[in-house]
Design a protein around this ligand. Structure first.
Ligand code: ADP
Length: 459
């Protein structure tokens, strides 16, 4: 087992990893940018090293600085968290060549899954359904038009290096396709330094359902069940839950088996996630594999009792999985709300600044993962998420009730947050009935006159 781990990340996930290390008796090293001097991950680690200026390109994405810090602190392993360098195969390779264990899959798996159009081809060969689309990258407008005509509108143009919903555009006809194609290419180039895009059939009102994978390097791959992440804004997740409401036993079984097949096709090791879209006819299609820890991993931890971060560390150190697929039990229901420093009433305008008042929820079955505290200043440079509230109930309706109680207790001010939006979502009859799809948030904003009476009164 490792003695010392460097966490190449910030915010709540750095804190989360420090906690897992401490539980395992492993020493921790945090790295931080000049804007994060006062962050909790710096205070909680055994050691902390400043790695550069505020912009992430000069700190959390700066490979030489991070590797130097790892060498100075003499760590055995690096945990990359999510975002930043977590899905950068080059970084994983450099770690290995410096004899520092990268806590994640092999660089080849990261590379393969990171090229989303190659990833489609990989899982197709493993007999996992993919959304009909272009074979590989679409290079010019003429080809885009040909592919779209064949698929039939609407279509979605997606970045091959994609992530976070960037470089993604939907087109409903030939006229819109050309602009959408050019915009997606430009956005992908700006975000990932790779303008390659591919085209898929656009599925109307799908559910986003993903499976948590754990795989050891001795040939065992299992899943820890499904998370429904359909509550999204602009293709970015806001609220996640497990199990996926209303998913029949037979579909769950089929999807779980497909997810394990897909992970094996990537020769996957460590924790990862297979993402699917499910259409109204209960057909499911692979969209991508995330080769890292997910923001929403706690909902799975809540219902399985398995600590995914500890598992990541154990698996990276070469241990065998100590449980089988059949021994994974699912207990009750869990929901996570992402609390972002954004103003939902002003088109989700970022709302950084000092947190003067902070009251976080507690009580039975409530977990809060956060790096903020009273007096903390949310810097404008990074992701806007300030906390995750996760709850566990004996069933979905109890979980909803506990989440509403938790959100009512939460005060984060004077900055604006997504707390009121989550309350609105949880009060909607459509959500309570489990009728979720990726257009849910849009429908919340488009039809205010259809709001339920209790939400109008509260507003
Ligand atoms: P990213 O890696 O940028 O997050 P994904 O491929 O995971 O991109 O897709 C993110 C979200 O975009 C999905 O959860 C879904 O809401 C939407 N999406 C992606 N592909 C399609 C599609 N073919 N049809 C409809 N929606 C899609």
């Amino acid at each position: 087992m490792f003695h010392k781990i460097l966490i190449a990340n910030r915010g709540e996930i750095a804190v989360r990893v420090i906690r897992a290390c401490r539980d395992l008796g492993i020493r921790t090293v945090s790295v931080y940018s000049k804007a994060d001097r006062e962050s909790l991950h710096v205070r909680l680690a055994d050691e902390a090293i400043c790695i550069g200026e505020a912009p992430s390109s000069e700190s959390y994405l700066n490979i030489p600085s991070i590797i130097s810090a790892a060498e100075i602190a003499d760590v055995d392993a690096i945990h990359p968290g999510y975002g930043f360098l977590s899905e950068n195969p080059h970084f994983a390779e450099i770690c290995e060549s410096c004899q520092i264990k990268f806590i994640g899959p092999k660089p080849e798996s990261v590379r393969l899954a990171g090229d989303k159009s190659l990833a489609r081809e990989t899982v197709r060969k493993a007999k996992v359904a993919i959304i009909p689309g272009s074979k590989g990258v679409v290079s010019d407008q003429a080809e885009a038009l040909r592919v779209a005509k064949k698929l039939g509108y609407p279509v979605i143009i997606k970045a091959k290096a994609g992530g976070g919903g960037k470089g993604m555009r939907v087109a409903h006809n030939d006229g819109k396709l050309v602009t959408a194609f050019l915009m997606a290419q430009a956005e992908a180039e700006a975000a990932f330094g790779d303008g390659g895009v591919y085209i898929e059939k656009y599925i109307g009102e799908p559910r986003h359902i993903e499976f948590q994978i754990l795989a050891d390097r001795h040939g065992t791959t299992i899943h820890l069940g499904a998370r429904d992440c359909s509550i999204q804004r602009r293709h970015q997740k806001l609220l996640e839950e497990s199990p996926a409401p209303g998913l029949s036993k037979s579909l769950f079984k089929k999807m779980g088996e497909a997810a394990v097949r897909a992970a094996k096709a990537f020769q996957y090791e460590n924790a990862g996630t297979i993402e699917f879209l499910v259409d109204e006819h209960e057909h499911f299609y692979f969209i991508e594999m995330n080769t890292r820890l997910q923001v929403e991993h706690p909902v799975t931890e809540m219902i399985t009792g398995i600590d995914i971060v500890k598992q990541q560390i154990r698996l990276a150190s070469g241990e065998k999985l100590s449980f089988s697929q059949d021994s994974v039990k699912f207990n009750g229901a869990a929901i996570e709300c992402r609390i972002n420093a954004e103003d939902p009433d002003r088109d989700f305008l970022p709302s950084p600044g000092k947190i003067e008042t902070l009251i976080l929820p507690g009580g039975p079955n409530v977990r809060v993962d956060t790096h903020v505290y009273s007096g903390y200043v949310v810097p404008p440079y990074y992701d806007s998420m300030v906390a995750k509230v996760i709850v566990h109930g004996k069933d979905r309706s109890e979980a909803i009730q506990i989440m509403l109680r938790s959100l009512k207790e939460t005060t984060i001010g004077p900055i604006k947050t997504t707390v009121p939006l989550h309350e609105k979502i949880l009060n909607r009859p459509r959500f309570r009935q489990g009728k979720v799809s990726t257009n849910f948030i849009e429908s919340l904003f488009v039809a205010p006159s259809l709001e339920p009476v209790e939400a109008r009164k509260a507003g």
